[in-house]
Design a protein around this ligand. Structure first.
Ligand code: P6P
Length: 339
């Protein structure tokens, strides 16, 4: 599609809604509310270096991690907007142990799971961080939603995306009709279409993995990474390692330039046998985005991320995500018996 100047995200959402005559406008309304939350968080993140908001909040979240003040701000900002938007019946956050209700009388037909500010350990060093969101239709009847409304597989997502707070603030989302990227013009407070119809390059030049864990990887992961390096050494492919340590930043670079990101299982953290990343509000929404952009997302035993039936709000899952050729290669490696 030719680049259309000055198309705001609200206009794009309306155009997408018009493609579905049965649409009621509630999903559009929900996404617009999330976008307002993103603008508020963006303003705060960009001020963080100046305001007295840097550093620890002195609290720890259910993951046992130090909650950075911006994490807390982002979480509260999204929850406050979502609880009275009228479009959702329940929400789940990386920062909250249990499900989060909406205000009585404001129940809607969707659910949202979100990581309010992923990559928070990078906040104080000015590395890009992000908000990730995943939207399902509720399954339960009645007023308030329940846990099972959130525990739905990625294949059934109706929308997913992220906002990356970096050199510019960008919104990248899909409602199942391709992936679109918008850049925030802070002077007018609007997201403008800057990356229509994003397609991830089929093959890539970058792999993103924390090599410090190489000694702890399962055999298939080690063999796969060694294979990429052999391809490079023999001149058949050219790879570079790019690892920021902020999932949204690593994912976004790979989405635009091509690349494969891995956070596979390792034998280092015995309390995280399935790896570090979460299914509901990290792996599954990014898997929907990457599949809609022509890429793939699998676990390190070859299962498609979008087909995993969730059993817990905060369950972790190994994640290999990015360009189709490299992820397919990984799937082949991970399908082998892990001797
Ligand atoms: P490691 C950030 O804390 C995060 O949750 C993701 O954003 C990132 O991909 C990952 O952890 C980095 O983990 O173990 O490489 O530091």
């Amino acid at each position: 599609m030719a680049k259309r100047k000055g198309i705001t995200v609200s206009r794009q959402l309306m155009d997408s809604q018009m493609l579905h005559p049965e649409a009621t406008g509630e999903l559009t309304g929900l996404l617009n509310e999330l976008i307002v939350a993103g603008k508020i968080i963006s303003a705060e993140v960009n001020m963080a270096g100046l305001a007295d908001i840097l550093g620890q909040s002195g609290k720890t979240n259910i993951q046992g991690e130090e909650v950075q003040k911006l994490d807390e701000f982002a979480n509260q900002t999204i929850k406050r907007r979502m609880e009275q938007c009228g479009y959702i019946c329940v929400m789940g956050s990386e920062e909250d142990e249990g499900i989060i209700p909406v205000l009585d009388g404001y129940e809607g037909k969707y659910t949202v799971a979100f990581d309010p500010l992923d990559g928070s350990s990078n906040i104080d060093v000015n590395v890009s961080i992000g908000t990730i969101f995943a939207i399902h239709k509720r399954k339960s009847k009645g007023k308030q939603g329940v846990r099972d409304d959130l525990l739905q597989k990625g294949r059934d997502l109706v929308a997913a995306g992220y906002i990356i707070y970096g050199s510019s603030t960008m919104l990248v989302y899909t409602t199942g009709d391709g992936v679109h990227g918008f850049t925030l013009d802070p002077s007018v407070g609007e997201f403008f279409l800057s990356h229509p119809e994003i397609r991830i390059p089929e093959r890539s030049q970058y792999y993103s993995v924390n090599e410090a864990y190489a000694k702890y990887w399962h055999r298939n992961t080690r063999d796969y990474i060694d294979h990429l390096k052999d391809l490079d050494y023999r001149g058949e492919r050219s790879y570079s390692l790019r690892y920021i340590g902020s999932l949204v930043a690593d994912f976004h670079r790979n989405l635009i330039k091509g690349g494969v990101f891995l956070y596979a299982r390792d034998n280092k953290c015995t309390d995280k046998p399935e790896g570090k990343l979460r299914l509901l509000y990290e792996a599954a929404p990014l898997a929907m985005v990457v599949e809609q952009a022509g890429g793939m997302a699998v676990t390190d035993d070859g299962r498609n991320i979008l087909d995993i039936e969730p059993t817990d709000l905060h369950q972790r899952v190994p994640l290999i995500i990015g360009s189709k050729e490299e992820v397919a290669m990984a799937k082949e490696y991970f399908g082998r018996s892990s001797t």
